[in-house]
Design a protein. Sequence first.
Length: 146
Amino acid sequence: MTISRIAKFCALALSLAATASFADALPPFSHGTSFSTTGKFVQTDGATLYRAVCQGCHMPDARGAKGAGEYPALAANPKLAAAAFPATRVLGGWLGMPSFAANLSDDQVAAVVNYVRTHFDNHYTDTLTAADVARLRAAFQQGANP
């Protein structure tokens, strides 16, 4: 086993250990599954949506990751000051991040964006509403880049 492989194995082991301890603080998944039969996520609250949708790439502590890809940190992120910024990323995707517009309702997008913006050393008090998300979604459908 090469040193590089050992280092990757150790990083994976540490990541799994961190995930296990952090996961205890989050609510459980709802309905025992992440998707409905229509391919939409079934979770409705921001914390559970983050756990089901976001933490696989952005990590349980939202500090991001580098490895096979680069996943930006959401923790203490000044780009989240404008609520529309993360909402447009969730709806439209960006670089290696896929769009979740087909998998999340306006209420779900608002819930997960508001959760991230008020947790992980983010302290943004204004909230994104489902109506705000609907306007952003409509702009995307009309071909705009909100």
